[in-house]
Design a protein around this ligand. Structure first.
Ligand code: GAR
Length: 190
């Protein structure tokens, strides 16, 4: 069976990307073959170095005014793009080139707390302000609108009234680390 290759796009601390690198480390059938980031000092670059995975740093003109990333993805034989804390909207040419092959994780129970500007702490603060009794994470396909693609998997956690936004973030991140690579594995192994 041909090996399937994943590209991870990440711009934050890269903790989800690290989980993918660990999860698929000893696999021959599925590999993390490229890490893409728009940050010069993204934590994910350190993780990529440790696991010897090639990296690509992009800026807005490269990503939005050219389609050169398609050549890089092709040369690494990328089958699936996994967004893990990547906050730029995916341009139409890339969505079209990878139909139902771009996946995102969002730190809330979509369709609640999604859309432009809703990321990271902004999400958890809004959840806290609305006195929600639960939150969670959503893994979904990416289309041309923020957080509106078809859902693949959701997991929930209960919230206590005294949980701070940071506490909520921690609970949600546990769910992300537990599920994201596993769900992608299932999807690719189908
Ligand atoms: C994750 O919590 C992810 O759900 C969120 O960014 C964090 C990245 O953490 N993504 C979004 O908010 C997308 N709208 P990480 O860099 O430690 O993996």
């Amino acid at each position: 069976m041909a090996t399937k290759h994943i590209a991870i796009f990440a711009s934050g601390s890269g903790s989800n990307a690290l989980k993918f690198l660990e999860y698929f480390d000893d696999r021959e059938d599925i590999k993390v073959s490229l890490i893409v980031t728009n940050k010069r000092r993204a934590g994910v670059l350190e993780h990529a170095k440790k696991y010897d995975v090639p990296t690509l740093r992009i800026d807005r003109p490269f990503f939005y005014d050219s389609q050169a990333i398609l050549d890089v993805l092709k040369s690494e034989h990328i089958d699936l793009i996994v967004l893990a804390g990547f906050l730029w909207l995916i341009p139409p040419y890339l969505v079209d080139a990878y139909p139902n092959k771009i996946i995102n994780i969002h730190p809330a129970l979509l369709p609640k707390y999604g859309g432009k500007g809703m990321y990271g702490q902004h999400v958890h603060k809004a959840v806290k302000e609305n006195n929600e009794t639960e939150s969670g994470m959503t893994i979904h396909f990416v289309n041309q609108k923020f957080d509106e693609g078809l859902h693949i998997f959701q997991a929930k956690c209960a919230l206590d009234p005294e949980d701070s936004a940071d506490d909520i973030a921690r609970k949600v991140l546990v769910l992300e680390h537990k599920n994201y690579a596993r769900v992608v594995d299932e999807l690719l192994s189908k």
